[in-house]
Write a protein that binds this ligand. Structure first.
Ligand code: BGC
Length: 380
């Protein structure tokens, strides 16, 4: 079964490549040379939004690494507006870019654009978020998104004392009241994060150690459209009113992204939970190691986040882009997981790390991701 699946993927990739190398070269300033000079080639980079720091870091890293390699870069942000992103990609195709790197807003909304890209022989790399419902996505660079969810839930268990950071059983017994949040349903990653988290939490829910008082455990009930902080804050306020006005307290919140975490924390602080975990705030998880949240972790307010090194993801995108532009096949390390509804997209997955207060130094400062001053001020 495995080998059949692999053969299908390899075949699809080979087809995609055959289509790309011919047309891609044809579209590169008319050079007609398959291994055209990078200085003749333009890469279109479509990013979702500048309201979240991680995408700014991703955009900057991809742009500067491509420019260092000699390419011209057309980098566009779409303010989380789906028609804007579609238009930006349309324009890139019309202008004749040689390759597209796309972090989608709605992973199901780009099939027309990607068909136009395929017709023009432009290879497409999905960046961090899978693009669904089209055969015209040639490669996917991302993190191990299921494992990100496992790590989020693990850090929640550690914060509650049910597990130790080394994975051994903790001394706490519960029961603990936990509420769950997920990301935007149109982002394929949100499903992977939630699945990984729920597979980890389910045994604790089943034996009553963790209680979800609201009863909201389906992704449709706990999702946060566009990952918005305000939307999460409002839902947390509503949960406190609907499920905790009997004097019971929330002990932990599974949050899939730092912006959502900050909305949740604000709601809890406004409801009198105190200013820090020590003063009574629940354990709140996160993702992305955004500087505002790293400061909160350092200050004992947010419990954890997941660090995904965007510099490494950018590097992987650039390496994969170069392979396509040289008529080669990018190296995949996963050819089974990411089925976009039409095909399994060959992928390169990177690993992520859980950040706690006591490893901010080793993970984020020593690696040069953030400086000590940035962590202290909470400003990038
Ligand atoms: C990314 C996360 C990010 C979220 C919100 C997801 O697709 O993988 O890193 O937190 O989008 O921007």
């Amino acid at each position: 079964m495995k080998s059949i699946k692999f053969a299908v993927v390899a075949g699809a990739l080979a087809l995609g490549l055959a289509a790309c190398s011919g047309g891609g070269a044809g579209s590169s300033s008319g050079s007609g040379d398959e291994s055209a000079d990078p200085s003749d080639q333009t890469i279109g980079v479509a990013m979702p939004t500048e309201t979240s720091e991680r995408w700014i870091a991703d955009g900057n890293a991809v742009k500067s690494q491509l420019e260092d390699a000699g390419y011209t870069v057309d980098l566009q942000y779409a303010a989380d507006d789906i028609p804007t992103q579609s238009q930006q990609i349309d324009q890139m195709i019309t202008k004749g870019v040689d390759l597209l790197i796309v972090a989608s807003i709605d992973g199901t909304a780009l099939a027309n654009q990607l068909q136009a890209a395929a017709d023009a022989g432009i290879p497409v790399i999905a960046y961090d978020r899978l693009i669904n419902g089209t055969e015209n996505v040639d490669f996917y660079v991302t993190f191990d998104n299921y494992n990100v969810g496992v790590q989020q839930a693990t850090s929640l268990l550690v914060g509650l004392g049910l597990m130790n950071a080394d994975g051994s059983e903790g001394t706490a017994t519960g029961p603990f009241n936990v509420e769950l949040f997920a990301g935007s349903l149109d982002d394929n990653n949100a499903h992977f994060f939630f699945q990984g988290a729920m597979d980890t939490l389910q045994p604790f829910i089943d034996d009553g150690t963790i209680v979800v008082k609201s009863g909201q455990t389906d992704i449709e009930q706990v999702a946060t459209l566009r990952w918005l902080q305000e939307t999460a804050q409002k839902r947390m306020e509503d949960l406190l009113t609907s499920s905790y006005s009997d004097g019971s307290k929330v002990d932990g919140v599974l949050s899939p992204y730092d912006g959502i975490s900050r909305g949740i924390i604000t709601a809890l602080q406004n409801a009198g939970y105190g200013d820090s975990i020590e003063a009574g705030l629940p354990i709140v998880t996160g993702q992305d190691a955004e500087i505002a949240s790293v400061k909160l972790i350092n200050d004992g307010v947010q419990f954890s986040t997941i660090f995904k090194d965007t510099r490494k993801l950018a590097e992987q995108a650039v390496t994969s882009a170069e392979s396509f532009l040289q008529g080669d096949e990018p190296e995949a390390n996963d050819t089974e997981t990411y089925d976009n509804g039409v095909k399994v997209v060959p992928s390169y997955l990177l690993e992520s790390d859980i950040v706690y207060q006591d490893n901010i130094q080793s993970l984020l400062i020593d690696s040069g991701y953030w400086t000590e001053d940035q962590v202290a001020s909470g400003q990038a």
